[in-house]
Write a protein that binds this ligand. Structure first.
Ligand code: GTP
Ligand code: MG
Length: 275
């Protein structure tokens, strides 16, 4: 596949922006970026454009869900990109949703890009809001802007960014338009140069107090546990799956399993990539 992202003569590109596909040389990377989104929104198109054909696919550990990883380098920083399964939500017990949720919760990506469809933004933002409940490091990519234009749909990305509290970047993945801005924004969110403040439903003072107390309890139970707030909200919401995962100790092992699986997967890729 040709590299559709122009790295030269691009007036809107940040100065000195440099993009290179890294193929399978993933044994050394600096940052991890996850690609989430509803089905059919262009995740793989973005993934392929950034990583090229030399990507590694396999199955997620213990699942029949395909996992794809690749790498790209942008402005001297090496990013590992993980293409998550397309999902409408992160809350059901389907394999796809569990894989996506567990990676965002426990895989500790440095940033999650939520790819949305500009022609169906309202529906797509549901997932974005769910991801934003788990992590601050989110960039929303508004893809299929060409389709939106064709249908006369106007998207006010600036207002959307302001309302969501995270950057919203219009792109056309098929042509590569907006991709440089997307990548530099991801870099800035990771470095902290762009400060995000994701829109979250805080609830009444009583709910906030309950979330805070329960979060503390979870942190005491699992020292160093990230995303205790998310788990507390799910428990208060009566999420039987999360309740069971905490009671059985599955949550604790998921954290170490996920991290170990990630290391193993990357090593395997690096080895296969050299062959
Ligand atoms: N017009 C237009 N089509 C696009 C754009 N980006 C992706 N597509 C098309 O949209 C379709 C879906 O793209 P994929 O990249 O497979 O979407 P996906 O999110 O990976 O889909 P799943 O993995 O099935 O969830 C393909 O036919 C792409 O060529 C875009 O910016 N403009
Ligand atoms: Mg795909």
């Amino acid at each position: 596949m040709p590299n559709i992202i122009s790295t030269t003569n691009c007036e809107s590109c940040p100065a000195n922006a440099h993009l290179a596909q890294m193929g399978l040389k993933l044994d050394k990377f600096d940052k991890v970026v996850a690609l989430a989104g509803n089905p059919n929104t262009g995740k793989s198109t973005v993934f392929n454009a950034l990583t090229g054909l030399n990507q590694h696919t396999g199955n997620w550990p213990g699942k029949t869900v395909t996992r794809a990883e690749g790498g790209y380098e942008f402005n001297g920083i090496r990013y590992k990109l993980v293409d998550l399964p397309g999902t409408y939500s992160l809350l059901s017990a389907s394999q796809d949703e569990e894989v996506a949720r567990n990676f965002i919760l426990f895989g500790q990506p440095d940033c999650t890009i939520v790819i949305t469809d500009a022609t169906a933004l309202e529906r797509n933002l549901n997932l974005a809001l769910q991801v934003m409940e788990i992590t601050d490091k989110v960039v929303v990519a508004i893809n299929l802007m060409d389709e939106a234009q064709r249908k006369g749909i106007k998207v006010d990305a600036r207002s959307l960014s302001r309302d969501l509290g995270v950057p919203a970047i219009p792109i056309i993945a098929r042509t590569g338009e907006g991709m440089q801005t997307l990548l530099s924004t991801v870099g800035d969110v990771i470095s902290g140069q762009i400060h995000t403040k994701p829109l979250r439903v805080e609830g009444s003072p009583e709910v906030q107090r309950a979330v805070s107390e329960l979060s503390k309890g979870i942190e005491q139970l699992y020292p160093g546990m990230l995303n205790a707030r998310w788990l507390a909200i799910r428990l208060l919401d009566g999420d039987a799956r999360v309740q069971q995962a905490i009671l059985s100790g599955e949550i604790a092992s998921l954290v170490s399993d996920q991290q170990q699986a990630d290391v193993n997967f990357s090593r395997k890729m690096a080895v296969e990539g050299r062959q």
